[in-house]
Write a protein that binds this ligand. Structure first.
Ligand code: ADP
Ligand code: MG
Length: 693
C-alpha cells in the first residue's frame, strides 16, 4: 500500500483542480476559496463539468449536496448524473447551477419554528472551501443549508459566519502590530475523537444500546478501569485491524488520521487527525464518525459514540484543539521571540481569557445535551464549571505583568509589553492539566467539554464569535491610542485584573474547586435544562447580532431545537427502560424466583436448610416489585412531560422529575442483576460487553 498515492484519492482537491481545470478557471476558483470572491456562472459550469468527469472516472454515478442540518448528523439527497438525450440515450451531466445551489425539502428537518410549515423549501449552497469527495459511489458536495427566507437551518452557515467575524477582527489587531501583509486569519481545529468499540452481537442483544446509544441498566463489573491497564496499552488484533481500515478510508478522503490509541476505559479508544481550517475540520469530523461506524460493522463490531455508554466507566469526549493561523500558517497563539511578537501573543492570549470569562454560559451550553450531562461534572471529564488553565509559568508571567513586579523566572525583569521580550517559559506539553475544561497547551487551547457525538461546529461557532468580539473591543480601543505600547500594556493589565478569576490551574474535579468557583462568581450550570436557556440572554443575542452570526430569531429557534432534543432523548430512554424493565427484567427475575421457590419446597421436603434461597427470593421479589412500580412512575411522568407548555418548561421538568426516577428504577434492576442466576438475566452484562472484543 502506497499511502502518499492513496491519500486524498477520493477528493477533488487543489492538486486535482489544477490538473483538470483550465488555468484561468483554476485561478478564479482559487480566489473564491482563499478570499471568498463570488464565482461567476461560466466558471461554475466548467468546474462542475470537470468535477463530474473526475467523479465518473472513479466510478461515481450520483452526486449529492452534503450538509449538516440541526439533527447533529449529515444529510444527503442523491441525484444521478444521468440526463436523457433526444435520441433516447443518456449522458452524464452536472451543471454549474447544480453544483452551486440545490433545492431541498426542508420540512422534515428541525427548524425550531424558523421555517413555517407552508414554506417547505430549503436551499443548499456550495462551500468551495471544503473539497468535494466521493463516498460510496456518490460525489458529495459540501454545502450550507438555509430556508427560502434566508434563515439558517444548519450548523455550517453560522460556523462560516463566525470564522468571517474572527478574520475581520484579528486582521485589525495584526495591523496594529505592523503586520499589514497578512490577508486572512483562520481558526484552526484538531478534534480528538473518543469512542467505544464492542462486539456487534452484544450490541444487538441490548435494546438500550440500539434505541438510546447507552446502557440504561447494568451493574458494575468486577473489573473496570481501576487497574489503569488499558490506556495506551497494546491494541488487540481485531481493534488494530479496524483502526487500519479506518485510517485507509480516511486517508482516501484526504483526512490526516494520525494518532490511534487505547483510552482509559476497557474497549475505549481515540482517533486524532492533524488539525486544519475549522469548517474543514468540522466536515472531516463528521466523516470520521460516519467512517468509524461503517468500518466497525464490516468487522463485526459496533462503534459507540455516546458520551456515556456505561455508567461508572469513563465516558467519551471530543477534545477541540483550537488556535488561529494566518494564510501563511503562522500560529497566532504561538509565543514568538521578539518583543512585538510577544506583545501580540499576550494580547491574543488575554483576549481568549476574557472571552471565556464573559461567555462561560455560551461555551457551557454549546456542549449541553442529555448524553453529555452524564459526563460533565462526573469524576472523569471536565466539570460543568468553565475555567481556563494556562499553567504555572504563564500564570506567573501574567501576574508579574499585572502587578508590575519582577518575574521570578530566568529573566528576573519587569515586563513592558511590546517593548520587552517575554521570558522563556516551558511549553506545557507533557504535564498537562487533564482536568481543565479549557486548557492552554503551549500554542493552542484545548476545549475538552464537547461530547463525543457532537458536531464540533456548535462549540466552534461560540469560540470564534466570542474571541472575535473581544478582539473587536480591543481593536476599537487600541486604534485610537496615541501611544500604542502604553495603551497595549494598560489594556493587558486591565484585562488580567478583571478576568483572572476564570484562570484555574488546580484540580478541577475537587470539591474545593466547586466552592472556590462559587466564591469567584463563576457559573455552574449543572445540566442541559439549566444551561440552554442562557442562549437567549440579552447579552448573548447582542453578541451574535453584533458579529452577524445569528439573528435573535435564529438564536431562539436553535435553543428550541436543542431543548426539544433533550426532552426527546430522555423520553426515548424512559420508554426503553419501561420496555426492558417490564418485558425482559421483570419476567426473568420472576422465573428465577419461581426456581428458588421450587428449590425451597423440595429442600423442605428433605428437611434441608433453605435460608439463603428464602432470603434471596424475598430480596429479589421486593426489588422486582419496586422496579415495576418505578416503571409505572416513569409512564406517568412521560404523560405529564407531553403536557408541559414550552420547550424550556419541558426540559426543566424532565431534568427534575424524570431523570431521578430513571436512576431509581435502574438501581433496583442493577441490584437484581448482581444476584440473579446468569442463565435468567435477559441481556449481556457490562462484563460481557466491555471485555467482548
Ligand atoms: P496530544 O494532545 O496527543 O499531545 P497534540 O497536542 O500534538 O497531541 O495534538 C492534539 C491535537 O491538536 C491534534 O489533532 C493536533 O493536530 C491538534 N493541534 C496541534 N496544533 C494545533 C493548532 N495550532 N490548532 C489547532 N489544533 C492543533
Ligand atoms: Mg490532547
Amino acid at each position: 500500500m502506497k499511502v502518499p498515492e492513496m491519500f486524498g484519492e477520493n477528493v477533488f482537491n487543489l492538486r486535482v483542480m489544477q490538473e483538470k481545470l483550465p488555468k484561468d478557471v483554476f485561478k478564479s476558483l482559487k480566489n473564491t476559496i482563499d478570499r471568498g470572491t463570488p464565482l461567476d456562472a461560466s466558471v461554475a459550469d466548467v468546474v462542475a463539468n470537470a468535477m463530474k468527469d473526475w467523479a465518473v472516472e472513479k466510478g461515481a454515478t450520483h452526486f449529492t449536496h452534503w450538509f449538516q442540518p440541526m439533527t447533529g448528523i449529515t444529510a444527503e439527497k442523491h441525484d444521478s448524473f444521468i440526463s436523457p438525450t433526444k435520441d433516447g440515450n443518456v449522458i452524464m451531466e452536472l451543471s454549474g447551477k447544480e453544483l452551486v445551489v440545490g433545492e431541498s425539502d426542508a420540512s422534515s428537518f428541525p427548524s425550531g419554528g424558523v421555517r413555517a410549515t407552508f414554506e417547505a423549501r430549503g436551499y443548499t449552497s456550495w462551500d468551495p472551501t471544503s473539497f468535494a469527495f466521493i463516498k460510496n459511489g456518490t460525489l458529495c458536495i459540501p454545502t450550507t443549508f438555509i430556508s427560502y427566507g434566508g434563515e439558517v437551518l444548519d450548523k455550517k452557515t453560522p460556523l462560516l459566519k463566525s470564522m468571517r467575524a474572527l478574520n475581520e477582527q484579528a486582521l485589525r489587531i495584526l495591523k496594529l502590530f505592523g503586520n499589514d501583509t497578512v490577508r486572512h486569519v483562520f481558526p484552526t481545529v484538531g478534534a480528538e475523537q473518543e469512542y467505544f468499540l464492542i462486539d456487534r452481537k452484544m450490541y444487538d442483544a441490548r435494546k438500550d444500546l440500539v434505541f438510546s446509544g447507552r446502557t440504561l441498566f447494568g451493574a458494575k463489573p468486577p473489573k473496570g478501569q481501576e487497574l489503569e491497564d488499558h490506556y495506551f496499552g497494546p491494541i488487540k488484533k481485531r481493534v488494530s485491524d479496524f483502526m487500519k481500515d479506518v485510517d485507509e478510508e480516511l486517508w482516501k478522503l484526504g483526512i490526516v488520521a494520525k494518532t490511534e490509541h487505547n483510552e482509559v476505559a476497557p474497549s475505549q479508544h481515540e482517533l486524532a487527525p492533524v488539525f486544519t481550517v475549522t469548517n474543514v475540520a468540522s466536515d472531516q469530523n463528521q466523516l470520521v464518525m460516519e467512517t468509524m461506524k461503517k468500518v466497525a460493522s464490516k468487522h463485526g463490531l459496533y462503534c459507540l459514540l455516546h458520551e456515556k455508554p456505561f455508567a461508572g466507566i469513563n465516558g467519551s469526549g471530543k477534545h477541540n484543539n483550537w488556535s488561529m493561523s494566518t494564510e501563511k500558517g503562522v500560529n497566532l497563539l504561538d509565543p514568538g521571540s521578539t518583543p512585538a511578537e510577544n506583545g501580540q501573543f499576550m494580547l491574543f492570549l488575554v483576549a481568549v481569557i476574557k472571552a471565556v470569562d464573559e461567555y462561560q454560559d455560551l461555551l457551557r451550553l454549546s456542549v449541553a445535551s442529555a448524553g453529555n450531562d452524564h459526563r460533565l461534572g462526573a469524576n472523569e471529564a471536565p466539570p460543568a464549571i468553565v475555567s481556563v488553565y494556562i499553567g504555572e509559568e504563564l500564570a506567573e508571567i501574567l501576574d508579574s505583568i499585572e502587578k508590575g513586579v519582577k518575574y521570578s523566572g530566568k529573566a528576573k525583569q519587569v515586563m513592558k509589553l511590546g517593548v520587552d521580550t517575554l521570558p522563556e517559559f516551558p511549553k506545557d506539553t507533557t504535564d498537562r492539566n487533564r482536568t481543565s475544561p479549557f486548557a492552554f497547551t503551549g500554542n493552542k487551547f484545548e476545549f475538552r467539554m464537547p461530547g463525543s457525538t457532537f458536531s464540533i461546529a456548535g462549540p466552534n461557532i461560540m469560540i470564534n464569535t466570542i474571541v472575535a468580539d473581544v478582539l473587536r473591543e480591543f481593536a476599537d480601543e487600541l486604534e485610537k491610542a496615541e501611544d500604542f505600547h502604553a495603551a497595549l500594556h494598560a489594556l493587558v493589565v486591565r484585562t488580567i485584573k478583571k478576568h483572572k478569576r476564570i484562570i484555574f490551574n488546580g484540580n478541577n474535579y475537587s470539591e474545593e474547586w466547586t466552592k472556590e468557583a462559587a466564591k469567584r462568581g463563576l457559573m455552574n450550570l449543572r445540566n442541559t435544562a439549566e444551561a440552554l436557556p442562557h442562549f437567549a440572554d440579552k447579552k448573548n443575542i447582542k453578541l451574535f447580532e453584533r458579529n452577524h452570526v445569528f439573528t435573535e430569531r435564529e438564536v431562539r429557534s436553535r435553543m428550541e431545537i436543542m431543548l426539544d432534543n433533550y426532552c426527546k432523548v430522555l423520553a426515548i430512554e424512559g420508554l426503553t427502560m419501561i420496555e426492558m424493565g417490564k418485558k425482559d427484567i421483570f419476567p426473568a427475575v420472576n422465573a428465577y424466583i419461581l426456581e428458588l421457590a421450587d428449590v425451597i419446597s423440595k429442600k423442605k421436603a428433605l428437611c434441608l436448610a433453605s435460608k439463603a434461597e428464602e432470603e434471596l427470593a424475598a430480596k429479589l421479589s421486593a426489588a422486582n416489585e419496586a422496579m415495576y412500580a418505578k416503571a409505572g412512575e416513569i409512564e406517568k411522568i412521560l404523560i405529564e412531560l407531553k403536557e408541559c407548555g414550552g420547550a424550556r418548561e419541558a426540559a426543566e421538568f424532565a431534568a427534575e422529575k424524570l431523570v431521578p426516577v430513571m436512576q431509581e428504577m435502574r438501581a433496583y434492576a442493577d441490584e437484581m442483576e448482581l444476584c440473579t442466576a446468569k442463565k435468567y438475566w435477559p441481556f449481556p452484562t457490562y462484563g460481557d460487553i466491555l471485555f467482548s472484543v
